[in-house]
Design a protein around this ligand. Sequence first.
Ligand code: F58
Length: 807
Amino acid sequence: MTQATSTKLDKAALSAEILRHLKYSIGKDAAHASRRDWRMSLSFALRDLVVDPWFASTRKSYEAKGKRVYYLSMEFLIGRMIEDFSVNLGMEEIAKQALADLGQDYGLIVVDEPDAALGNGGLGRLAACFMDSLATLEIPAYGYGIRYEHGLFEQHFENGRQVETAEKWLTHRNAWEFERPEVSYHIGFGGHVDVDNGHHTWHPAEQVIASAYDTPIVGWKGQWANTLRLWAAKSITLFDLQKFNEGNYLAATEPEALARTISRVLYPDDTTNTGKELRLKQEYFFTAASIQDLLRRYLSEHSDLSNLAKHVAIQLNDTHPAVAGPELVRLLVDLHGFDMTEAIETARECLGYTNHTLLPEALERWPEGMFAYVLPRHHQIIRDIEAYHVGHVGGPSRIFEHGEVKMGELAFIMAHKVNGVSALHSDLVKQTVFHDLHQTYPNRIINETNGITPRRWLYSCNPPLRDLINETIGTEWPADLAQLSGLVPHISDAGFIEKFDSAKRQNKERLSNWMQARHGVLLNPDAMFDIQIKRIHEYKRQHMNLLETIAYWNDIKDNPNGNWTPRVKIFGGKAAPGYYFAKDIINLINDVAVKINADPATRDLLQIIYPENYNVSMAEMLIPAADLSEQISTAGKEASGTGNMKFALNGAPTIGTLDGANVEIREHVGAENFFLFGLTAAEVVERRHTHGYARQAIEASPRIARVLDQIANGEFSDGDTHRYGGFVHNLYEHDYFMVTCDFDKYYAAQRDVDTAFQDRARWGKMAAMNTAKIGWFSSDRTIEGYARDIWGVRHKNSNFRSDQSAA
Ligand code: F58
């Protein structure tokens, strides 16, 4: 085993390394170096330390000739990397001191790094947590994705409305990646298929090159590093010299520009399936490159492909890489002489598919004509897969319907395991989207409840709490989060709760200082910090939170001498650019904030803050400072949620519905430490059958009726009664997500929160219980589950954990 100590440097050695990089990699001397130069030098010095364990891990994987895991994901929402590297290498303190010796501030350098925002939200962040856990568990694994030139758009507000601008993380060099121009593959699109004696040959009409960029991902204590391999699209003909010589300069660069389009930008849709041809090309582009790459690696160790499934586990993060099934079949049949059945069965043994949503608009379907045009050979193969499936089980077509190719069904049929991401979600997957396929393959759907990496989401983002935990239960918990239960006996100790409280206080002050510096707003750190941060979506119901805020404001004004609990309501999140209702929600939050924050009668009791451009780094600042976690989706709609786990880990109790992983979080932390309200998933389905349920709920609730009147009458829009006319109308007439039906229960639960918060001793215990009992939600536990139930791979803990039975 590579010794962690061999990757470590002392302060003087690290300083020397930083200076060496400043001089020889950046070409600057210390007197003229900018903060970015220092950041790049530190990053290079840290990256160097990962190279040896990285090589050693790769060597060990080759020597073991064991199974490798390939995690295919359109998105890896990583955030900043300096802390990941320095914390996992155990170099954080040394880096601080080394930089201080060089006259630099580590904290300022860390925040100079742009976020790698190669994802929309939960799905992409989950992939990033999984990479951290795979390395920590020493599982030989590759993450495969797209090296987008522009990550998720940047958000700012103009007159309260969201405006998007292009994100530019690659404007300056990315310190962490190694370019691998020699690792490249041709990826074809379009064209036609020739058949000769039963043998098919695809002749694509156009081709681009997929070119690899590798980032080492190091695990906790620096013992193991895996590779995140991201593909960039490049042109085969870089430059058309003929056209240039004719003076046609623009046309000369056209082929390059066209090819690069494929990896140019991350689609900013969350939970909608836009069905654009470029998106299909992106999906095929990175999937095909990844499959070719893993086959090449396999064939460098094995002479034939018959044992592929013993050595290769491919996990599809949602259906975006679902074309992996037909692509693998294509290569096995057209290039390696398999017969169709043998190829389908081999591919299926290799593949696992994770479903992240039940929302119909998010389930990928491609118009069959477009699919056949872009991927003609795959279209044929999917027909063969369909025939194979129908031949085995009878019954109707599953993959093709109404002139569309349904990627969920394709992924299901081509995977040996299909998993949901929380217990409730996995049950609903069985009952709803894959009801029929589940009857046919009753053992295929399993559950792997999501998790989060405790290294980023406690150890590095919350130093005060991390230090308190270290001094209370020792320092082994970041790799074995269940150990947090060792805090439970301390929770009856008032001294411990005081320290827990003071850690929270420090984080709240850090956030307040940041808010003041960045946004010029003063927060009251004695108030309850009540936070809802996530993508803006009707099902997540930020608008219910806002309506409750307005109702609270009304109540305070009606009774100024009441015993009110001061609150700071914090919102953060982006709306998909084309999702108009979500954009109206953002506008309304901002409009209401202007009005309420300016009200001298309530100023000390209620504040609404909505910082622009919520991202991973902002989450790392907000979550440790939260008193209350808002997880209020319509039951049955949030597949799991992972923010919910992060808040609980950082000592913020949840107000929430019985949705996604909330259900399991509540079981773990205890019902008495969770503020539950709202309809259950079954009740939501039931209520939809009641005609006019929204209007009825509003008529039965003077509180919400008043709030909706205020909005409709222009109280928050300078008398403009049109701006939110559609919003109010929607709630009266449709309210598909049942804001109106859950509102009163939500309001009442919030008042229970107020009461609990005022009892400082009680609140302190609730908060600490959340931290102490959330340990099960480590992504290490999740990955152990995938390793055991889906991939059949060993990991660091397989030998001594009795609940593991990895092959
Ligand atoms: C999320 N899905 C779920 N999709 O909504 C959340 O409940 C879950 O915790 C998380 O996955 C991880 O399992 C999600 O983030 C997307 O962002 C897709 C991006 C591409 C288009 C379709 C939605």
